[in-house]
Write a protein that binds this ligand. Structure first.
Ligand SMILES: NC(=O)c1ccc[n+]([C@@H]2O[C@H](COP(=O)([O-])OP(=O)(O)OC[C@H]3O[C@@H](n4cnc5c(N)ncnc54)[C@H](OP(=O)(O)O)[C@@H]3O)[C@@H](O)[C@H]2O)c1
Length: 287
């Protein structure tokens, strides 16, 4: 088995580059089931030991858990050591009949969503359970209190939050009694506004998982054209601009673990290579 550079989420070591599984459940983008399984297996065979998913990653609201079930199937069919893989899922986002997104941060909803994710993933405990997005109608401490209860009940091994600002990160860590393991916020060359949250995570030793690290589904392919400095270093190094982008994110702090999305094996194999790419101080200064 290939061994990539590892980083920590709580007391678990995972590959420094994870797999974002969302593109395999997005209407209009998703591949057929066989290609999705091949993509997940390609990630695992390349040494990726972190897969990010969510109950709400589904082509439509009638198939909540689509992406989680896909991952469970891929792991069942994989010949490697599935205990070496951390599957991180999320709850708190809902899907509407028109294909839109909503939130529900009520503690009773979060607990029911977690039970549904346990079933979809086919596990007794979820490795990392992340609250997906704050619900402005529910006090944040009440929502995060549900995560604390799930931790205490042993239904989840680690707790994380997503789309949280610095005050919410501090509050979540307090409610969880210092057990906040991860923060997942958007961060990429085109979206750098979450630098304060990244810095706070580095200070507190909490894993920071950049989402849409390449600019997002449907936009990632243009990375090299939109951010020429990344393309220039990539050309000089003989690697893809995607690898340079992910290596730049890894260089921001030792707590950073990007989760690039993929629906093709080629994408994930290339992205995994970023775990072995170290950029020089000069190169980083130019980015
Ligand atoms: N917490 C949140 O609110 C939130 C929001 C959005 C996303 N996320 C998570 O973050 C993950 C990543 O974000 P994302 O998927 O939206 O966007 P992304 O990672 O910025 O871009 C994904 C796209 O990049 C392409 N790609 C990836 N690596 C490549 C490579 N090495 N070479 C060429 N193309 C490459 C993939 O193409 P192919 O599809 O052709 O393989 C994929 O469609 C998601 O999968 C999801 O798990 C979380």
């Amino acid at each position: 088995m290939v061994r990539l550079q590892t980083r920590a989420i709580g007391d678990v070591r995972v590959s420094a580059i994870g797999l974002g599984a969302m593109p395999m459940s997005v209407r209009g983008h998703m591949p057929n089931g066989a290609q999705s399984i091949r993509t997940i297996h390609a990630a695992l065979d390349a040494g990726v030991t972190l897969i990010d998913t969510a109950d709400a990653y589904t082509p439509d609201h009638t198939a909540i858990g689509h992406n989680e079930r896909l991952i469970a199937t891929a792991l069942d069919q994989w010949g490697g050591d599935r205990d070496s893989v951390l599957v991180a899922t999320k709850g708190g986002h809902t899907r509407t009949s028109g294909g839109g997104w909503d939130v529900d941060g009520r503690p009773e909803y979060i607990k029911a969503a977690c039970d549904r994710s346990l079933k979809a993933l086919g596990v007794d405990a979820i490795g990392l359970y992340q609250h997906h997005r704050p619900d402005p109608t529910v006090p944040y401490e009440e929502t995060i209190g549900a995560l604390r209860d799930l931790l205490d009940a042993g239904k989840i091994r680690m707790a994380g939050v997503s789309n949280a600002d610095t005050a919410q990160i501090r509050l979540a860590n307090e409610v969880l009694g210092g057990r906040l393991a991860s923060v997942q916020n958007e961060f990429s060359p085109r979206f750098r506004a979450s630098e304060p949250e990244l810095s706070l995570c580095a200070e507190l030793g909490i894993a920071f998982l950049p989402w849409s690290p390449l600019g997002g589904i449907g936009q990632a392919h243009a990375l090299g054209n939109r951010h020429v400095a990344f393309a220039e270093i990539a050309a000089a190094r003989g690697v893809s601009p995607f690898q340079v982008c992910l290596a730049w994110e890894l260089a921001q702090a030792p707590v950073v673990i990007p989760i690039p999305g993929a629906s093709r094996p080629e994408s994930v194999i290339d992205s995994a290579g970023a775990a072995g790419l170290t950029l020089s101080e000069d190169e980083l200064a130019g980015l």
